[in-house]
Design a protein around this ligand. Structure first.
Ligand code: FE2
Length: 209
């Protein structure tokens, strides 16, 4: 791999955004071990903040399959929070969650999309598409942390993180497996609700005169 060192301007903190009650985004530059700890603390925030949201989405879901998937993942999420706390403690770190602006924005977007749906089918479709977006954000976080753990030879963390990643991928897979059926129901409802909709033309081209 070729690697050209980049000289950063001395003011490399210029892009750091102060975030509300959580204080400064980052107080000082960190090396890879510090970055690994930050990644774990960010994952801790993500896992903690999404639990009540997932519980709410579970209550809003009409599909029993979807509610079941959410219920199952809620249990995993609470284990994942414990695992992240354990990893931080065993590295001598404080168990403090690190705020993430992007994930908060994603969560708000998902809730807004779900709130805007009138039919239960469209609501389920919005829950699934929103959750998959969140899942992929989490998956990338775990994958980054795993690569860092590998490089830093944090072998215990590596095993634990791989376990959590497997659960996240299972969740995404489960959502994917029901998404077509749920979206088809949403499409059928759209035909009834709005005979001139794009969905009508896309799904039933031959019956649209
Ligand atoms: Fe998770």
């Amino acid at each position: 791999m070729s690697y050209s060192p980049v000289i950063y301007p001395s003011d490399c903190n210029a892009l750091q955004i102060p975030i509300g009650k959580f204080g400064a985004y980052r107080s000082r530059p960190v090396g890879l071990p510090g970055k690994f700890v930050e990644e774990l603390k960010t994952l801790l925030w993500i896992e903690t903040i999404q639990s009540p949201i997932m519980a709410k989405l579970k209550d809003l879901a009409s599909s029993t399959d979807l509610a079941e998937i959410l219920n199952h993942h809620l249990e995993h999420t609470s284990d994942q929070v414990d695992r992240l706390g354990y990893m931080l403690k065993s590295m001598g770190q404080t168990v403090v969650a690190r705020y993430n602006l992007v994930f908060e924005t994603l969560l708000r977007e998902v809730m807004q999309q779900v709130d805007q749906c009138e039919s239960c089918y469209m609501k389920d479709a919005a829950i699934i598409s929103g959750l998959r977006r969140l899942e992929h954000f989490e998956i990338s976080g775990y994958e980054n942390a795993i690569t860092m753990a590998l490089v830093l030879e944090e072998t215990e963390s590596l095993t634990i993180l791989r376990h959590s990643l497997k659960e996240e991928k299972m969740m995404d897979q489960s959502l994917s497996s029901i998404s077509e059926d749920v979206f088809l129901m949403a499409a059928s409802y759209s035909v009834l609700a709005d005979s001139d909709s794009i969905v009508f033309r896309n799904y039933f081209p031959s019956s649209h005169h």
